[in-house]
Every structure is written in structure tokens, then in C-alpha cells.
Design a protein. Structure first.
Length: 508
């Protein structure tokens, strides 16, 4: 297992190096932080509002890690790292059983030194986590299909497959079921083994899947009557079939992503030569067919909708790595490998690290620079103006949701797939008109004499809000400003009971 341990360490190598990227990393780690600070682990929340864009597995893993390690960037990235480790371990174990130790190590090396995989393993969103679940699921069921019916290892493989399906559903929803099912069904049909599809439907495994994954969905349906429609119809079918979401890309986007972000390894695919292993082996031919079906099915599935993000294609990377390893290992000379053969992996590793280090030179939108000034006042009222700073509650350790001041009645601002739409959708689960967090674009002076609130926004918003123009600037970070606003709290109405005053805060 030393090989896997080395691969796992490599995948975490630079996870501490850069701030949380916005909006994705700030949003998802922020939801996990809210889960931890509130002590409510069942319902994911965004700024205290029920947030059902995605299921809870990422948040559970991240909140648990933050509880043990504290609010560090690398701790917020443990969930995608675990997904990458799961994919790597699944590929190595499957490759060792159906190709030998040398091939398994080669497949693993290609996989973990692809820049797309290396960076995604350290990027705190759900894509690498669900890709790891999908990879484990496909390979576990494929292993079961390749074994004889009476083999004791077949039941173990089936149980692993059903655990993978359950985790995939909890990681990102229906694609954790649909994608493995599509790949396996097409593969077995092309192998002319249709009855094997039915044999994979094993009732103990189905029961295990239901026990692991169904209770959370039932609990959410009982608490929020509109949950099932919003989660499955709006966030699954509508996002897949409609063109009104962001990130519209052409059909060829994902093939280009795979070719470019897996360099230099993809250069081996165009090299003519023999395959690794014997084509006379029926099992070897079936595994190669699985990899082609897997690659084409995933890329084709995500190429159909207009909305495309780079991370969507991650479940297609393991079979691509297999096909590359198949060529690369077959091209190895019998004696000492040549420079081209020996140089591919080191060059790939250099590109992996360069991608992360190079990202530090790209201007980022992070509000992390305001956190040191705000952190000592984490229990006091905070308001965001005309923006939601996803990462600031995490970095400053804010103990309560923040008020968000915006022109919420302006349909032009809330159209499309943006942070405003996310907050409004979340507020709908508790009646947005009753929410004390989404405030109209008005700041009234002296609504709570003696109180103090910390307000965050772009420097330019002070021109539109006289209250900010006269407030003290407590900190500045790039375009972001933290103001100390006296005699005001973000509440509707004159009730100031229970609000901390400036004097009490200074003496505490």
C-alpha cells in the first residue's frame, strides 16, 4: 500500500497554498462552516437559509474536518481530496486484478499526475468527490460482472458498488446513479451479456443503498414540502435541459478540456503502436471496451446541455488514464526506457504544481484580507452590501448569519444563476418576506442608538449610502471595505433588544 500512500500524499501536496476561490470554494466551505457553527448537521444552510442546490456529503465531510483542524484552507479541501483518493485507490486495485501490478502502477501514475486531477483534488467543490464515487461504483460493479457467479469476492464487489452508488447520490445527486448505470448497461450490452445486468440487481445491495442514502431525502421532504421538486426537478432536470443557466459552452468543450488539461499524457493517445497486454484475453478485451464506453458515455452525456463547467467531466478521466497507460506502457522499450518515455511523468508533475503556483498570480476576489479586523467581533451584527462575500464568514469565524442589503425587488438583478438567485431560492423555503436577512437597499441612520454593526462592501457603495460615507473604515482589502457603523443594526423596525452596543463590546 506504499504506492497508494505516496499517491495520496502527492494529491494533497499544495492544498494549503492558495486562498479559497470564489464563488465555488467560498460557497461550499461556507455552507460547511455554517453547519459546524450552528450545530445543525441535517439541513445545509447558506447564510442561515436552507440551501438545497446539492446534497450534504461534502458539507458533512468538510464540517467534520473543520471541527478537528480549524478553519484552514487545506481542511476545507479534504472532501475533494478524499474523492480523488477514492478514484485512485479504485483504479489501482482494479488495475492490479485485471492487468497486474505494473499496469496498476502505470494507470495510477498517469491518473494522479494529470493536471486536471491534481488541481481538482485540491479544489473545494463537489466535482472530484462525486467523480471518486462514480469511479468506485463503476469499477466495483465491473469487477462483480467479470467474476464467476459463485466467487465469494463477487458479493464484496457488489456491496462496494452499492455503497458507491449511495455515496454518489449523497455527493451530488442523481448523476451518482445515472452515470454508472448508463456506463455499465451499455458495456454489458456491447459485451452481449444482458443477463448480467439483472444479476447486478442484488437485493441486499439495494437494501444497503436505501439505508445509507434515503433517510436524508425523507427528512428533508418532511421538513420542507417543496424540497423534492426543487432538488430533483429544478436542480437536476431543469439545469440539464434548459439553456438559461450560466457557462454556456459549445459541444466540443469537454473533449478540448480533456486533451489540454491532461497534457502531456494525452500525446500518447495519438502514438501508433501495440496495446499493453494480450488482445487474445477475453477479460482484457472486455476491460478495454469498458474504458471506451465509460469515456464516450460520460463526455457525451455532459456535452449535450448548453451549460458546462470543467469539473463536470472528471468522471471521464479514469478511463482516459487507463487508455493512456495502455499505450504508454506498451511503448516502453525492453531495455532502458528512452527520454520521451521517462520524461512524461516528471513533466506532468511539474505542470501540476505550476498550475497551482501560477494561480497565485491571478487576481482573486477574496475578502480574506478583512478577516483579521472582523474576527475579534465575530459575535456582533454584520451586514453585506450589494454582494455576498462567500469566504468571509469562514475566514472571520462569524458566529451568526449576516444581513444582505440589496434591491431584492429588482428582477434585473436576480435574473440568471448568481448569488442573489441562490439566496432568494433559499429564502423561499422559509418565506422570503419574513426573512430578516435579505434587506432592501436602504440604510437608515440611528435606528438603534448605541449599537454597532460591521458592514462589508465595495468602496464604491459608500457613494450610494450616506450612512457608510460617514462611517469609520476599519479595514480595506483590494476593492473591499469593512466599515464600523454606529447607531445602526440590520433589523427591520425599531426593536434593539438584545443587540450588542459599542460600549458593551469594548468592555467585554
Amino acid at each position: 500500500m506504499a504506492t497508494l500512500a505516496l499517491a495520496f500524499a502527492w494529491l494533497a501536496f499544495t492544498a494549503w497554498l492558495r486562498p479559497l476561490a470564489l464563488p465555488d470554494e467560498g460557497r461550499y466551505v461556507g455552507v460547511a462552516w455554517e453547519m459546524l457553527r450552528s450545530g445543525h448537521w441535517l439541513v445545509p444552510t447558506l447564510d442561515g437559509l436552507p440551501y438545497f442546490h446539492k446534497p450534504p456529503l461534502f458539507y458533512w465531510i468538510t464540517a467534520a474536518t473543520l471541527s478537528l483542524a480549524g478553519n484552514h484552507e487545506w481542511a476545507g479541501r479534504v472532501a475533494p481530496w478524499l474523492g480523488a483518493c477514492l478514484a485512485a485507490a479504485s483504479c489501482y486495485l482494479f488495475g492490479r486484478r485485471h492487468g497486474g501490478e505494473t499496469f496498476a502502477r502505470g494507470w495510477l501514475l498517469v491518473l494522479v499526475t494529470m493536471p486536471l486531477v491534481f488541481v481538482s483534488a485540491q479544489y473545494a467543490n463537489l466535482d472530484m468527490l462525486v467523480a471518486g464515487c462514480i469511479t468506485a461504483t463503476i469499477l466495483a460493479f465491473a469487477r462483480a460482472a467479470l467474476l464467476e457467479p459463485g466467487d465469494p469476492a463477487r458479493r464484496t464487489a457488489l456491496l462496494a458498488g452499492y455503497v458507491g452508488v449511495a455515496l454518489g447520490l449523497l455527493a451530488k445527486g442523481l448523476i451518482g446513479i445515472v452515470l454508472p448505470g448508463m456506463v455499465l448497461v451499455v458495456w454489458l450490452l456491447l459485451c452481449r451479456r444482458p443477463m448480467q445486468i439483472l444479476r447486478l440487481l442484488w437485493w441486499p445491495g439495494l437494501l444497503l443503498f436505501a439505508v445509507l442514502s434515503v433517510p436524508w431525502f425523507v427528512a428533508m421532504r418532511d421538513r420542507f414540502p417543496d424540497f423534492l421538486h426543487y432538488f430533483f426537478v429544478v436542480q437536476h432536470f431543469s439545469r440539464y435541459t434548459e439553456a438559461g443557466f450560466n457557462n454556456a459552452r459549445p459541444f466540443w468543450f469537454f473533449p478540448a478540456v480533456l486533451v489540454l488539461l491532461a497534457l502531456p499524457w494525452t500525446a500518447w493517445l495519438v502514438r501508433r503502436g501495440p496495446h499493453q497486454g494480450s488482445d487474445a484475453d477475453p477479460a482484457r478485451r472486455q476491460v478495454r471496451l469498458l474504458m471506451w464506453v465509460w469515456l464516450v458515455a460520460i463526455v457525451g452525456f455532459f456535452s449535450l446541455p448548453a451549460s458546462k463547467l470543467v469539473g463536470y467531466v472528471l468522471p471521464a478521466v479514469p478511463p482516459l488514464a487507463w487508455l493512456i497507460a495502455d499505450r504508454w506502457l506498451a511503448a516502453r522499450p525492453a531495455g532502458r526506457p528512452g527520454l520521451l518515455h521517462r520524461g512524461t511523468a516528471p513533466l506532468a508533475a511539474i505542470l501540476c504544481v505550476a498550475a497551482v503556483v501560477g494561480s497565485l498570480a491571478v487576481p482573486h476576489k477574496s475578502a480574506r484580507g478583512l478577516a483579521p479586523a472582523l474576527k475579534p467581533h465575530a459575535n456582533e451584527p454584520v451586514a453585506f452590501v450589494e454582494n455576498y462575500f462567500f469566504d468571509l464568514p469562514f475566514y472571520a469565524g462569524l458566529r451568526q448569519p449576516v444581513a444582505v442589503i440589496e434591491r431584492w425587488d429588482d428582477p434585473a438583478l436576480t435574473r440568471g444563476d448568481n448569488w442573489r438567485r441562490e439566496l432568494l431560492d433559499a429564502a423561499n423555503f422559509i418565506d422570503p418576506k419574513a426573512s430578516p436577512l435579505l434587506l432592501p437597499g436602504v440604510l437608515k441612520q440611528a435606528n438603534c442608538p448605541g449599537a454597532r454593526t460591521w458592514v462589508v462592501g465595495a468602496a464604491e457603495v459608500a457613494k450610494r449610502y450616506p450612512l457608510l460615507a460617514n462611517a469609520r473604515r476599519a479595514a480595506t482589502s483590494g476593492p473591499h471595505v469593512l466599515w464600523e457603523v454606529m447607531d445602526w443594526v440590520p433589523v427591520v423596525g425599531p426593536d434593539c433588544a438584545g443587540r450588542p452596543s459599542a460600549s458593551s463590546a469594548r468592555t467585554s
